[in-house]
Design a protein around this ligand. Structure first.
Ligand code: GLC
Length: 729
């Protein structure tokens, strides 16, 4: 439909029809077994609401959605199609590693490919819009939704967000197999005080702009058709009623022209926040902020029409919201093809197909982070020796529940267990030894241990090593899953201690939706592999890495704290006026703790390999370049695989602005490149340093670089000391 026809359609709509385009109902209004991803207290929707609302969320299935769409459009006075939206966060039915694990791949192209598959599976199931990517920067692992972010660095998050938007939307959302993306949660939701879910967010404008806004901006620049508001107050104002944030920053500065949707009931929740007296005031403030869709409450449905008729809200505000929604429906081609790609035959053909599973398995391999792999008597436990007798023990040995709490359309039965993956490898002949023993725990005995685990402790003494599969349950992370202690559940730690007593050779696989305090796990294990919530092909991908079919290359996208007391912790903080000079600094009055170190247990950008890489000293094409000249500097280093197996390394470029009009982080990630090298192979890694990379929000409120000295590192983690200096003159 042309823009002109859309304008004409808008003119033809009654005010009531316009208002209902701004109303989104939960899927249960249309069918009983829809997904409910939030609280529905107090929302009682009428038949009229259901017959007129402009969009629905939480429904999928081609036959299902086509039936609902047909019935709906027949009774809709202007036959405007419904928009169907769904949380397709890291896969639809083929579930990929959770987003934080995808951040660990440092491979935006991989995430783009995963998003493409997710879009295709969702689109053939009738879905038009996904509520992803979540682009919230996270620094506090107590918050459960760190699982859904790609981590603590705005450069990495920007790269991943843009890639995911491109994967979901392609060149045009109307194309086959594409869905509209929705960058969320705008803004600053990832910084709740004390890591407590839905809690207050207090960020200086400087911090908001420097660290939290870039990834949203990257998603908008990549063309995201929607943005979602966040539940939190930002400096005292709930996002869904924050005119400065939504009209000035999002629309004016960031140039967002698409549909702004509230988060679940977030407009109504402005009453509970104490920001609005009642539904009428919530309607007014949300409309003034430019929130186009009221997700799953009746606030707009009950107040907006009357407030426009009384002159309390300008109808032009309604018109601009309706036009944005009609344009989105038009871009998706819904006026001509109201079912878009919904197609039962395609569902059967596309969903969980071999190629999708293979991509999921590849993503798992790249997402795993090898945190420890000590050599004992010259040998590391990983990769596993196919001749070894192994005891596999822990609750994750036989579970299929390896996807996150946000995989609402995933089905655990689609996954195989670790035990089944081991058995597969034995059948395929990869694993030669037949003596593999499996203990996943049955019932809890009075000592808190599981009955089977007592047997495991006996068995393990007769095998070469134990692989302990432990971690959080999938429901211990995600939304409404903040935790005050970042630990692995105690009964599982008891198991690990008991196993360690029976053998010194322990490999621990950590399943978690967040960074945890792994001090004791590390002390008790010769090898530790963080496997996150790996999704449908988790077990096979994990075995690929354990058996050395894939050499681990994952790098931490978020610091693993020494203990909970360190959170929030992140690599790119400020020096302070009394920086600690190393762990043994004798100066009592420096920035430190009395009882714990400043450094995390495992830092941002860290991850081991089965081989070794040597990175040469950094060299520069020149020592300085002139501000405003358009000149740049090339920074390069030689990387050599000095080990005995091929491997992939993530070379990371960090820069520090030593002195500026506002203090600058001790280092910031400004680039990364993944290289795969055979044993003995060398390659040159080069980064171009431009003035844009040095820009920041100055004390003058401008976004620009300032002359002066910079330190530059090229290394394989945020700890690298492989540095040099250059000057902007
Ligand atoms: C939830 C989440 C949001 C999700 C929405 C719809 O509460 O905060 O991320 O997209 O509601 O399910």
């Amino acid at each position: 439909m042309t823009e002109q026809k859309l304008e004409q359609l808008l003119q033809d709509l009654t005010l009531e029809e316009k208002v209902y385009q701004l109303v989104q109902l939960p899927g249960i209004c249309y069918q009983k077994d829809a997904a409910v991803t939030g609280g529905l207290d107090g929302s009682n929707f009428t038949k009229k609401d259901i017959s007129k609302a402009g969009s629905a969320l939480g429904i999928w299935g081609a036959e299902n959605i086509k039936r609902i769409q047909k019935e709906y459009m027949e009774q809709q006075p202007h036959h405007i199609p419904l928009l169907f939206m769904l949380d397709v966060i890291h896969g639809f039915r083929t579930i990929f590693p959770m987003p934080l694990a995808q951040g660990a791949t440092f491979d935006p192209e991989m995430s783009k490919a995963c998003a493409e598959v997710a879009a295709k599976e969702a689109a053939v199931s009738g879905v038009h819009v996904t509520f992803a990517p979540m682009s919230d920067l996270v620094r506090d692992a107590r918050w459960g939704r760190v699982m859904e972010s790609t981590g603590e660095d705005s450069f990495l998050n920007s790269q991943m967000t843009a890639a995911m938007v491109q994967g979901f939307q392609g060149e045009h959302v109307g194309e086959y197999g594409r869905v509209a993306a929705c960058v969320k949660h705008f803004a600053g939701y990832g910084a709740p005080v004390a890591g407590r879910e839905y809690n207050t967010v207090e960020l200086s404008e400087h911090t908001l702009r420097e660290f939290y806004l870039p990834a949203y901006q990257a998603g908008i620049q990549a063309g995201s058709e929607l943005v979602m508001t966040s539940f939190n107050t930002l400096n005292g104002i709930p996002s869904s009623g924050n005119q400065w944030l939504m009209r000035k920053v999002l629309r004016e500065e960031m140039g967002f022209k698409g549909v702004l949707i509230s988060d679940w009931a977030a407009i109504e929740e402005m009453i509970a926040h104490g920001f609005c007296e009642d539904g009428a005031e919530a309607t007014l403030k949300a409309m003034e902020a430019g929130v186009d869709i009221d997700m799953v409450t009746s606030i707009y449905a009950n107040h907006l029409e009357m407030m426009v008729e009384r002159g309390q809200i300008a109808e032009t505000l309604v018109d601009e919201a309706v036009m944005r929604i009609l344009r989105l429906k038009n871009k998706l081609g819904l006026f001509e093809h109201p079912y878009k790609d919904g197609n039962e035959e395609k569902e059967t053909e596309v969903i969980l197909c071999k190629e999708h599973r293979e991509l999921a398995r590849k993503a798992v391999r790249e997402s795993l982070v090898l945190l420890k792999n000590d050599a004992v008597d010259g040998n590391s436990l990983l990769p596993l020796n196919p001749e070894q007798k192994i005891t596999w023990v822990g609750p994750y040995v036989e579970t299929r529940d390896m996807h996150s709490s946000w995989a609402i359309t995933g089905i655990s039965q689609d996954a195989i267990t670790i035990r089944e993956a081991v058995t597969e490898r034995i059948m395929e002949g990869d694993i030669k030894a037949k003596d593999h023993f499996f203990y996943s725990g049955s019932r809890i005995l009075e000592d808190g241990m599981l009955e089977e685990f007592h047997e495991a402790v006996v068995t393990v003494a007769k095998t070469d090593l134990a692989v302990v599969c432990i971690g959080e349950s999938r429901l211990q992370s995600g939304e409404a899953a903040s935790r005050g202690e970042l630990t692995i559940p105690e009964p599982q730690m008891q198991l690990l201690r008991a196993i360690r007593k029976a053998t010194p050779h322990v490999v621990t696989l950590v399943f978690s939706g967040r960074p945890l305090d792994l001090r004791e796990v590390s002390e008790l294990s010769e090898a530790v592999l963080e496997v996150w919530m790996p999704g449908t092909e988790g077990a096979r991908g994990i075995l690929d890495v354990l058996m050395g079919a894939y050499n681990p290359s994952g790098k931490l996208p978020m610091s693993f704290p020494y203990c909970t007391g360190q959170t929030p912790i992140y690599y790119n903080g400020y020096a302070t006026g009394r920086p600690q000079q190393g762990k043994d600094d004798p100066n009592r009055c420096c920035s430190r703790y009395l009882d714990i170190p400043n450094e995390p247990l495992y830092p941002f950008g860290y991850g081991l390999s089965y081989t070794e890489f040597d990175i040469s000293e950094v060299q520069l094409s020149r020592e300085c370049f002139r501000q405003g000249s358009g000149e740049s500097i090339k920074a390069f280093a030689q990387v050599r695989n000095t080990g005995t197996v091929a491997g992939t390394e993530v070379l990371q470029l960090y820069i520090r602005d030593i002195t500026a009009s506002v203090v600058r982080p001790v280092r910031e990630l400004k680039g990364f490149k993944k290289v795969t090298l055979n044993p003995g192979e060398t390659c040159r890694i080069e980064f171009e340093i431009t003035e844009d990379m040095l820009c920041f929000y100055t004390n003058r409120g401008t976004f620009e670089a300032e002359k002066g000295e910079f330190i530059l590192w090229i290394g394989n983690s945020s700890l690298t000391e492989n540095q040099t200096k250059f000057t902007l003159i």
